[in-house]
Unconditional design. Structure first.
Length: 94
């Protein structure tokens, strides 16, 4: 019988641990991102990666996210939809 673990999960002791990827959609969110990244740092399980999908921010959204260690994926404003932005982020996840 094959493994019962989800794809990408690895056994740790008797529990399975999966990769955790956070995908954030943003446009000019510099004012709110620091609190978001602080909140992520306080979680009992840190994410394996954070991906920001930016749709053309003109503030410090991208710089704040890069400083926080997030990978940045760009999507043109004309191509933006909530679903498409999430799909771009998920496609970039490792």
């Amino acid at each position: 019988m094959g493994s019962m673990l989800p794809t990408g999960a690895r056994p740790v002791g008797s529990a399975a641990v999966s990769r955790v990827s956070i995908v954030i959609r943003a446009l000019n969110e510099a004012a709110d991102l620091p609190a978001l990244y602080e909140g992520l740092a306080l979680q009992s399980r840190a994410p394996d990666e954070v991906i920001l999908v930016d749709s053309g921010s003109t503030d410090d959204t991208v710089a704040i996210s890069e400083t926080a260690g997030a990978s940045v994926v760009h999507i043109a404003a004309a191509d933006f939809s909530f679903g498409r932005a999430l799909n771009r982020g998920y496609a970039a996840a490792t």
